[in-house]
Design a protein around this ligand. Structure first.
Ligand SMILES: COc1cc(COC(=O)c2cn[nH]c2)cc(-c2cccnc2)c1
Length: 241
C-alpha cells in the first residue's frame, strides 16, 4: 500500500529535500508518494495574496481561508473522508509523540498544512475537522516561522516506521521512546577504536559478559532519564518502571 503525502505551503521548495536520502528511496520503491503544492496557486489577485490583517486587531497577519479551501477542494476533494489525515503543525498543537508517529505510519494519506505569518484563519481548521481526521501538533515549546520544518520532521518520524521502509526493522525496536525501552532514554553508544584521544570505551562493554552489559545499559538509561527527563519518570518512586 502506497502512502500519499501532500504539502500545502507558500514555500513548497522546502519539500524538494524529500526527493533525496532515505525518503527518496521510499519514494522510488513506491512506498511513499510526495506532492508539494504552492498555496498561491489558489489565489486570483495580481499579488497572489494569502494573508490579511487579524479581525479584532493585533499584530501581524493571518492566512486567509479562501486559498486553503480551494486548495483542499482540488487536492483532497469535496467529500468527507476520515481516512485522510490533515496535519497542522502549530505552537498551540498537542505534543507530537512517537505513538502518534506510529499511528500515522499506517495512514493511506497525509496532508500537511504549513502555516506562516501569525497563523491560519481558524475556520480552515474547523472546516478540515468537518471533513477529515485533523491533527494540530506541536514539536515543542518554541515558535518557528512556519510549519514547513515541522512538517519535514513529522514526515521523517512517520515514514521511517512505514513497513518495508527501514532496512533492518530491529534497529527500530531498540530506540528510545519505543515500547521496548519502557520510555527510557537510550544508553550511551560506543564503537571502535577502544581508545580515542585518551577516552576509552567503558570496560564492561568489552567484557563479553552479556548480563553485566545489559545491567550497565539499563542503569545508564535510568540515570540519564532521571537526570534529563524527570517528566518521563514515575513520580511515586522517581525511577521508571
Ligand atoms: C509563527 O506562528 C506560527 C508558526 C507555525 C509553525 O509551527 C510552529 O511554529 C511550531 C510547531 N511546533 N512547534 C512550533 C504555525 C502557526 C499556526 C498554524 C496553524 C494554526 N495556528 C498557528 C503559527
Amino acid at each position: 500500500m502506497t502512502m500519499r503525502l501532500d504539502y500545502l505551503s507558500i514555500f513548497p521548495a522546502y519539500f524538494d529535500v524529500l526527493d533525496i536520502s532515505l525518503l527518496g528511496k521510499a519514494a522510488v520503491n513506491g512506498l511513499v508518494e510526495v506532492h508539494a503544492h504552492d498555496l498561491r496557486d489558489w489565489t486570483h489577485d495580481r499579488h497572489r495574496t494569502v494573508d490579511d490583517t487579524p479581525c479584532g486587531g493585533g499584530a501581524g497577519m493571518v492566512m486567509k481561508p479562501d486559498p486553503w479551501g480551494e486548495a483542499f477542494d482540488e487536492i483532497i476533494g469535496t467529500e468527507p473522508d476520515s481516512s485522510v489525515h490533515v496535519i497542522f503543525p502549530s505552537p498551540s498543537g498537542a505534543p507530537f509523540t512517537q505513538s502518534a508517529a506510529q499511528e500515522l505510519s499506517s495512514a493511506v494519506r497525509i496532508v500537511f498544512c504549513c502555516g506562516r505569518y501569525e497563523g491560519i484563519d481558524h475556520r480552515v481548521i474547523d472546516y478540515a475537522r468537518s471533513m477529515w481526521t485533523v491533527h494540530e501538533v506541536s514539536l515543542g515549546d518554541y515558535v518557528l516561522n512556519g510549519g514547513e520544518v515541522a512538517a519535514l520532521a513529522i514526515t521523517e518520524a512517520v515514514v521511517r516506521l512505514v513497513p518495508g521502509f527501514m532496512g533492518n526493522p530491529e534497529s527500530l525496536a531498540e530506540e528510545s521512546f519505543s515500547a521496548g525501552q519502557d520510555g527510557l532514554l537510550e544508553y550511551p553508544l560506543f564503537t571502535r577504536p577502544v581508545s580515542w584521544r585518551g577516552l576509552d570505551v567503558p570496560e564492561v562493554l568489552m567484557s563479553g559478559h552479556h548480563g553485566r552489559i545489559a545491567k550497565w545499559r539499563r542503569d545508564e538509561s535510568v540515570r540519564l532519564t532521571c537526570e534529563r527527563r524527570p517528566d518521563l519518570t514515575d513520580s511515586d518512586f522517581g525511577v521508571p518502571h
